[in-house]
Design a protein around this ligand. Structure first.
Ligand code: NZQ
Ligand code: ZN
Length: 391
C-alpha cells in the first residue's frame, strides 16, 4: 500500500480568452509587481492584456528575467518589491519567469542570507509573498507546483527549491498564448513534460496503478500531439492538450507516493550551467543514455513502458532476449521521438566533446549530486558513464 499526502491548492483558469479573469483573482487595491522575461510578452500583446485587467491595482513592472533565471537578476526585483511596498507578484511568462517569481516571493520575505534559500532547497522559507501566474509556455509545470529552479551565475550553480508557500494562488492558462512560441521552445516544452513523467514513472513497480496509468496517458498524449504542434502550428486545440499535459506532468499527482528518479534532470542542470543548453535539450541528451545505463535496475518498468507506451507487446516464448530487445527498441523510440521534435539527442550536436566531461562530473560532486536516482545508486562513476554515452 502506498503512503502519501497530496495537496495542490492552485486554482486553474484554463481556456480561450481567460486572461481578463485576472481582474477577479488579484485583490483590488493590491500593489502588484508584474514580472516577465526578455520581451516576448510585450511584442505578442500579453502584457498589454494583463495591464488592462489590473486597472484596480497599483502595477509596477519588472522585465528582463532571463531563461534559467539568475539569482543576481531576481535580487534586483527584490529591491523593487521593497522600494514599492509590493504585496502581490504576478509572473507572466514561461518556467523561468514563474520560477524566478517564486524565488522573489521567498527572498523578499527572507531575513538573513538569501543564499540559504537554495542551500536548504527551500526548507528555510517561513514566509512568502502571494503570487499568481499567466502561462505563456507549456513545459515545466511550474504553474501548478511549488518548486522553482534558479541559477547562481557567479558559481554556475543551478538549484531547485520548494515550499508549500510557493504554490501560485492561481494559474491563468490560455493555450493561444503559446502560439507565438518559436518551434524550439514548443519542442522543448514537449520534451520537458515527457521527461517529468518519466522521472516519476520509470523507476520500479510499487502497484501505484492510478499514478502509472495517468502517467502513461500523459506520455501517449505528448507522443500524439507533440509532433502536431510542429506540423499544425496554428492548432490551438493541440496547444491546449499540450498545456494541460505539461501541467499534469508535474503538479504532484502522478508522483504521489511513488519512487522518483530525477537523475536525468540533475545531470542536465550541469550541462545548462556550464554550457548554456536549454533545459529540455539537456534532458533529450541525457535521458536515452541514462535509461540504457540503468536498464537492469529499471527492467520491470522499462518493459511496462515498452508495452503500454510504445505498443511493443510481448510475443509468446520471447524469453529474456526478446525482453531485452523490446527494452532497446523502447529506448530507441524515445530518442527518435525527441529527434522528430528537432531536439538533438547527442552532445556532439551542441558542440560538446569528451573534454567537457571531467568538469561536468566535478560540478556534480561540488553540488553533492553523488547518490542520485530512485535507489540513490547513481554515483559519480555511473554519471560519468552516462555523460560519456551522451557524446
Ligand atoms: O524571455 P521571453 O522574451 O519571454 O522569451 C522566452 C524565452 O526566451 C520565450 N517565450 C516564452 N513564452 C513565449 C516565448 N516566446 C514567444 N512566445 C511566447 N508565448 O521562451 C524562452 C524560454 O522561456 P523559459 O521560461 O526559459 O522556458 P521554460 O518554460 O522551458 O522554462 C525553463 C526553466 O524552468 C526550469 C528549467 O530548469 C529552466 O530554468 N524548470 C522548472 C521546473 C519547475 N518549476 O517545476 C521543473 C523543470 O524541470 C525545470 O527545471
Ligand atoms: Zn524539467
Amino acid at each position: 500500500m502506498l503512503n502519501f499526502s497530496y495537496q495542490n491548492p492552485v486554482k486553474v483558469i484554463f481556456g480561450s480568452g481567460v486572461t481578463a479573469q485576472l481582474a477577479r483573482e488579484v485583490p483590488a487595491g493590491s500593489r502588484v509587481l508584474v514580472t516577465y522575461g526578455g520581451g516576448s510578452v510585450v511584442s505578442n500583446g500579453t502584457l498589454a492584456e494583463v495591464r488592462a485587467a489590473l486597472t484596480a491595482c497599483h502595477v509596477v513592472e519588472f522585465g528582463g528575467i532571463e531563461p534559467n533565471p539568475h539569482i543576481e537578476t531576481l535580487l534586483r526585483a527584490v529591491e523593487v518589491v521593497r522600494a514599492e511596498a509590493i504585496d502581490f507578484l504576478l509572473a507572466v511568462g514561461g518556467g523561468s519567469v514563474m520560477d524566478g517569481t517564486k524565488y522573489i516571493a521567498a527572498a523578499a520575505c527572507h531575513d538573513g542570507d538569501v543564499m540559504e534559500i537554495t542551500r536548504t532547497r527551500g526548507r528555510c522559507i517561513r514566509r512568502a509573498l502571494p503570487l499568481g501566474v499567466v502561462v505563456t509556455l507549456a513545459a515545466t509545470g511550474s504553474e501548478t507546483n511549488n518548486g522553482g529552479v534558479v541559477t547562481h551565475a557567479a558559481t554556475h550553480t543551478k538549484s531547485a527549491f520548494f515550499s508549500p508557500l510557493l504554490f501560485p494562488r492561481f494559474a491563468v492558462m490560455d493555450p493561444a498564448r503559446t502560439l507565438t512560441l518559436p518551434v524550439r521552445q514548443v519542442s522543448n516544452g514537449v520534451v520537458d513534460a515527457f521527461v517529468h513523467v518519466i522521472e516519476q514513472y520509470l523507476t520500479y513497480p510499487v502497484n501505484g496503478k492510478i499514478q502509472d496509468r495517468f502517467a502513461e496517458g500523459i506520455l501517449l498524449t505528448l507522443i500524439e500531439d507533440g509532433p502536431k504542434a510542429l506540423s499544425q502550428p496554428d492548432d490551438v486545440e493541440v496547444r491546449g492538450n499540450l498545456m494541460w499535459a505539461a501541467s499534469q506532468a508535474l503538479n504532484g499527482l502522478i508522483g504521489a507516493g511513488v519512487p522518483q528518479d530525477w537523475a536525468t534532470h540533475m545531470l542536465g542542470h550541469e550541462l545548462t550551467a556550464l554550457h548554456g543548453l536549454d533545459h529540455a535539450q539537456t534532458l533529450a541528451v541525457v535521458l536515452p543514455a541514462m535509461l540504457e545505463a540503468r536498464r537492469d535496475a529499471k527492467r520491470a518498468k522499462l518493459l511496462q513502458y515498452a508495452e503500454r507506451v510504445w505498443g511493443l507487446m510481448p510475443v509468446d516464448d520471447e524469453g529474456a532476449d526478446g525482453e531485452e530487445q523490446r527494452i532497446s527498441t523502447a529506448i530507441a523510440r524515445t530518442r527518435a521521438f525527441f529527434e522528430s521534435l528537432q531536439v538533438p539527442t547527442r552532445l556532439s550536436a551542441y558542440g560538446i566533446g569528451a573534454n567537457a566531461i571531467d568538469a561536468l562530473v566535478a560540478q556534480l560532486e561540488a553540488h553533492r549530486m553523488t547518490a542520485l536516482g530512485e535507489r540513490q545508486d547513481v554515483d559519480l562513476a555511473l554519471s560519468r558513464r552516462v555523460y560519456e554515452a551522451c557524446l
